[in-house]
Ligand binder design. Sequence first.
Ligand code: ZN
Length: 445
Amino acid sequence: MVFMAASAQEIPTQAASHALSERTAGLSDPGYSSGARGEHVGLVDPTAATQAWLDGVPRGQRERSDAYFEGGYWLILWNFLLTVAISVVLLTSRFSARLRDFCERVTKIKNLQVACYAIPYLLLVYALSFPLNLYENFFREHKYGLATQSFAPWFQEQLLSLLLSLAGGTLLVVVLYAVFRHAPRTWWIWGTIVMIFFSGTLLLIAPVYIEPLFNTYKPLTDPKIRDPILAMAQANEIPVKQVFEVDASRQTTRVSANVSGLLGTTRVALNDNLLKQCTLPEIRAVMAHEMGHYVLNHGTKLLTYLGILILIGFALARILFDAAVKRWGQKWRLRGIADSAGLPLLALIFSTLAFFGTPILNTIVRTTEREADAFGINASREPDGMAKAALKLGVYRKLDPTPLEEFIFFDHPSGRARIQMAMDWQAANLPAGESHASENRPATH
Ligand SMILES: [Zn+2]
């Protein structure tokens, strides 16, 4: 029985290579294309189909979402320039040095001195960035119809995230400066390790301890939606028994979903906007994409890429920091890397590196997103659902950018790229795999 199954499997492989040579020969064999599954191949032009999907979006809606997304390009620049300005003012005014002097008078314990510096520094940066934050994350979101919160609950959440970043940020700065004090030459290597450890921990605890502070996760009970999602999870060895629904409509009208967690905490969640706005084929397409992130191990991979970038960043930071201290150290009253008064200088260096590294970071993330798309289309087998979902994501992401624009600014594939992938998949018209099913299956007894 087992032998029979093995030899029977040869047949589809041969058929596949035959089909491949037929396609490269331009489908000239009428005997092949008369088959039930051959008929569609070559008749549907995936590029024309993609264009037809894109042309279905009303012009006004396209202009609106383009304007929203392109505004985001400028916000990257404004946020960067703001960080530069704040850092330069704190350093050249010697406010940074004075704050350090104050902390050294308050306590003799090194770690407390650093915390005493870090808390006012983080608060000051938050306060000075608040006007831009308010425009970017409140007024602008409302202007484009993406936000659902009035000012009071929005501001309340701002205070909560400020509190969390104060706690996390101060802890990180204290640990980093302890490393800087103990490893004056190799601080950039140990600093990298601290950053990777910190990012990994955040990735692990955020879905369990932080996200529930802002939103409620509850099990999805509708079997018409839940069961098809669980079936895809089961088919791809994803260890979940429940699908969660998150009330994202509290903050936004955006459609999204995620698979998060490591080890025993794996969780598949979709937001209520997705549930309200999308049909089952679209939901299956989106959830299959999310499962792709899990199966392709993207959390670990992204953390690895991030670690490499952080190492490069710290190595460059070491060169730039030493050069800056040599040139302006006396003027700004900075003593070296272990001096907390140099924190604005480090912030300046890292934000500069991140700003110029924007295309690299985006391309790394976009590449993994494309992998998840490829997994998703094969797991869900919903090309039209994928295309429709891509159009819905087009409400907040430009649908049809130039290739250079996509390379620099896109952390997900554009709508056009995603629809093209779906239409290419559809045009390939893959067999569902039922052929010879009964002969292939070994006996179960
Ligand atoms: Zn994704």
